[in-house]
Design a protein around this ligand. Structure first.
Ligand code: FE2
Ligand code: FE2
Length: 164
């Protein structure tokens, strides 16, 4: 695991509740836990690029915010009424879960609650760290979804039978 993720995120990663995200699937075979780690890694990569053009951001907030951005702790594939609107509501649920367990800064709160912008059109990120994590999340979600579809469909777009 990336050293910076361990350095800034060890408190979060040591939490039992956080570990339970391994049981929830995000896309395909990727758990929410793994997705959050990927988003943290991608956010750090973007941060490194920004450093090269002299844009300095709060690295700790980026790591902690990315790790907690999807801390909603339920299976969003479960098609109950609430989960149908998962895209709109999960940032608020993640924030409330994270607040209960971890002391958050304003930047970290902004990252978690605004990461779905522009879907949540009224929640425009205030801090640059939130833009970075939101972009990393979108990129990782595209890669995870494309990988999942690649496995399920052949080149002609025909659905593969299980085990094919
Ligand atoms: Fe999310
Ligand atoms: Fe996400």
């Amino acid at each position: 695991m990336n050293k910076k993720i361990m350095e800034h995120g060890h408190e979060i990663l040591a939490s039992k509740n956080y570990d339970s995200m391994k049981d929830f699937i995000q896309h395909g075979s990727i758990s929410v836990h793994e997705h959050c780690l990927r988003v943290a890694e991608m956010s750090l990569k973007i941060n490194e690029k920004l450093k090269k053009i002299n844009i300095r951001l709060n690295e700790r907030a980026i790591v902690r915010g990315a790790l907690l951005h999807d801390y909603f702790l339920y299976d969003w594939h479960d098609k109950t009424a609430r989960h149908k609107l998962h895209g709109f509501y999960h940032p608020g649920v993640a924030l409330s879960n994270a607040e209960k367990e971890f002391g958050l800064t304003d930047r970290e709160r902004d990252i978690i609650s605004k990461h779905m912008f522009p879907l949540t059109i009224t929640k425009i990120p205030r801090y640059r760290e939130a833009w970075v994590v939101s972009a990393a999340d979108k990129w990782c979600s595209v890669v995870e979804t494309v990988r999942m579809r690649k496995k399920r469909y052949n080149e002609d777009g025909q659905e593969l039978k299980p085990g094919a």
